[in-house]
Design a protein around this ligand. Structure first.
Ligand code: ADP
Length: 612
């Protein structure tokens, strides 16, 4: 029993979170619950007074009771309406904070942790269950109804216990049947029947909810994936048309929807059985309790007015217990998936967090080195980099080349500390980079990854990102990246929004987007600029422009280019050749050509391709 209530520990922790988000929400919910119960029992007492006054033909008394009844009902509904309105606002505030907390936490995690697909799935589960069943915003409502039901039951029990003790005026069989001992015994029996019946129904309901949550969510998952894919994934329309995927996607949706409806149908059937069970238990309880109270009236232990009061109170008991059990079940389920949220919020990033500040230098002079670095992606067995030993000369232009899958991008990810080496270490000025403050260390790099991403924000916000806006520097970066002419053609200039996601933006080609991404990297004004396939999406003229502008672009900085286009290597002072996760050659263009190794092979292959 106690272990089945253990989830309330989670509930209490979540409630303390709710209290921090909206301090008024819990008191308001409590006032709502207590006012409702008070309304019921004050109403029953006043009704009893009214009935007795009418039976005794005391008209003035009847008018007073009737007026009090109307006033009570008015006050109760006003208080409850106000509390409900306030609680709705509080619930929305909690839902919003819940969403923000989830996102803040996800953004605070290291890239390595955040990229883990299992974690992505976990976050999606938390978000989805919150959307399906309500997040922490619904918790105060469940607890409100739970407390309301508990107080209702306690009030009812104390009233009927007082009823049981009422002494009958009659003697004989009726007097015995209405005596406190028999009444108490009967009352206990009736209450046990009600509690037992409702507990059984509650267990069935909990099992049903568990089944729905565990089995149905994967179907919902698939449906959400497909729905979003069709409408919101900008890459889909092309593929869908070329490969005639329209019918196939719709069939998939229908199939999953059919499965979803099957679950839904079984769920509803289950709920119907629960309703029937609850009604049966409550009917037995109501009949038995009416009989008990009627015997008391007939034996002269209570008045007819008191009969209505007690009968009303007993009628409350069944409904209150049903509400208690069902709210407890809902809370159990709610706390179950919100525990996932708490676990996620408590999650410690396993990566060591450094604290040493990074030395700020105006001359761009520092030393980056890889020492016996090997790397495997988390959760995989294959070595992607093996025993890398190299120093990066600052203020130079370094090219990183090699066949696909050689490990070039991974090398950059390690350099930027998006991942830590599995073995060995990377140093900045002789100190392991893990010891530096991560943000300060990352300030050293402006990177344009192959899968760079621009957003449906204005141009300036895309470029400035997390840094303060400075229009002069924005235009300078755009000019260096060769994109200033493009932005000047847009009437709103730096204020122009990109893409159509938010309605009114401009569409940019792959090459234009790449130039803007380049401008973003340059705006950061980091001492090291890294360009992963910087000209992949550019036409030959733009490519030639970018190469011609390399010196201007990276003035006073260290530049690292990853490129399949061997021609770009001619602009670099130093070339590192990767193959199979190892550095196989290093040197200048001329030296490497003369050596006749992999570099020369790659160069010849591309030259012959271009020549013909
Ligand atoms: P390159 O940039 O030279 O083409 P990458 O560094 O992108 O090579 O990839 C090197 C190897 O690492 C490839 O075999 C690739 O499949 C693997 N790889 C890349 N990213 C991941 C990842 N996130 N998880 C697992 N393996 C990865």
């Amino acid at each position: 029993m106690l272990s089945s209530l253990a989830f309330h520990r989670t509930g209490l922790r979540l409630l303390s979170l709710v209290r921090k988000i909206d301090p008024a929400l819990l008191p308001v919910s409590l006032i709502y619950a207590l006012t409702q119960v008070a309304g019921i029992y004050v109403g029953l007492a006043l009704t009893a007074g009214l009935v007795d006054a009418l039976v005794a033909l005391e008209l003035r008394g009847a008018v007073v009771y009737a007026t009090a009844l109307v006033l009570t009902s008015f006050v109760v509904s006003c208080v409850c309406a106000h509390c409900k309105r306030r609680a709705t606002v509080g619930g929305m505030r909690c839902a919003w904070r819940f969403s923000l907390m989830l996102r803040e936490k996800a953004l605070s995690l290291s890239y390595e942790t955040a990229e883990d697909p299992k974690l992505t799935e976990r976050i999606a589960y938390i978000e989805r269950t919150a959307q399906m069943h309500g997040g922490i915003g619904t918790l105060p409502r469940f607890y409100r109804d739970l407390i309301g039901a508990a107080v209702n039951m306690l009030t009812c029990v104390s009233l009927v216990v007082a009823l049981a003790f009422a002494q009958p005026a009659s003697k004989g069989t009726l007097g015995v049947a209405a005596s406190p001992a028999v009444s108490l015994a009967l009352l206990t029996l009736v209450l046990l029947v009600a509690l037992g019946g409702n507990t059984l129904v509650g267990r069935f309901r909990a099992r049903l909810l568990d089944w729905v949550t565990s089995t149905h969510s994967s179907v919902e998952n698939r449906i959400m994936y497909l729905l979003n894919l069709v409408l919101f994934d900008r890459r889909v329309p092309k593929v869908a048309r070329i490969y005639d995927m329209g019918d196939m996607l719709m069939r998939n949706l229908e199939k999953n929807h059919g499965a979803s409806m099957e679950y839904f149908d079984r769920w509803i059937s289950g709920e119907r059985c629960i309703d029937v069970g609850t009604s049966a238990v409550n009917a037995v309880f109501t009949v038995a309790s009416y009989a008990l109270v009627a015997v008391k009236v007939l034996a002269g232990a209570i008045t007819v007015g008191a009969f209505t009061q007690y009968a009303g109170a007993l009628a409350q008991f069944g409904a209150a217990y049903t509400a208690l059990v069902s709210n407890n079940g809902d809370l159990r389920q709610c706390c179950g998936y919100l525990q996932e949220f708490l676990d996620f919020m408590d999650m410690e990033d396993p990566r060591p967090a450094g604290s040493i500040p990074v030395e700020k230098r105006d001359d761009g002079q520092f030393e980056l080195a890889f020492e016996h670095v090997s790397f495997r992606y988390p959760g995989t067995d294959a070595w992607v980099l093996r025993d890398i030993n190299l120093k990066i000369d600052t203020l130079g232009k370094l090219a990183v080349v090699g066949p696909n899958g050689a490990g070039k991008t991974t090398f950059i990810k390690l350099l930027c500390r998006l991942y830590d080496p599995t073995e060995g270490r990377i140093t900045l000025n002789g100190v392991d980079i893990r010891k530096y403050d991560e943000e300060e260390y990352r300030d050293l790099f402006g990177v344009v990854f192959q899968d760079f991403r621009l957003f449906a924000f204005p141009v300036w916000e895309n470029l400035a990102a997390g840094y303060p806006r400075d229009d002069r520097r924005l235009w300078k970066s755009l000019a260096q990246a060769g994109a200033d002419g493009l932005v000047r053609t847009w009437p709103e200039g730096l204020e122009t929004r990109l893409y159509k996601d938010l309605g009114d933006g401009v569409m940019v080609s792959g090459g234009e987007a790449q130039k803007l991404a380049l401008a973003r990297a340059l705006y950061k004004d980091a001492p090291v600029v890294i360009l992963d396939e910087p000209t992949a999406a550019l036409d030959p003229i733009s490519e030639a422009e970018v190469y011609a502008g390399f010196d201007r672009m990276v003035e006073g900085r260290t530049a690292i280019y990853i490129s399949h286009r061997m021609s770009s290597c001619r602009f670099c002072d130093d070339i590192i050749v990767f193959d199979g996760g190892r550095v196989v050659e290093r040197g200048s263009h001329d030296d490497l050509l003369a050596a006749g190794g992999l570099y020369a092979e790659l160069w010849d292959a591309q030259a012959s391709y271009y020549v013909g």
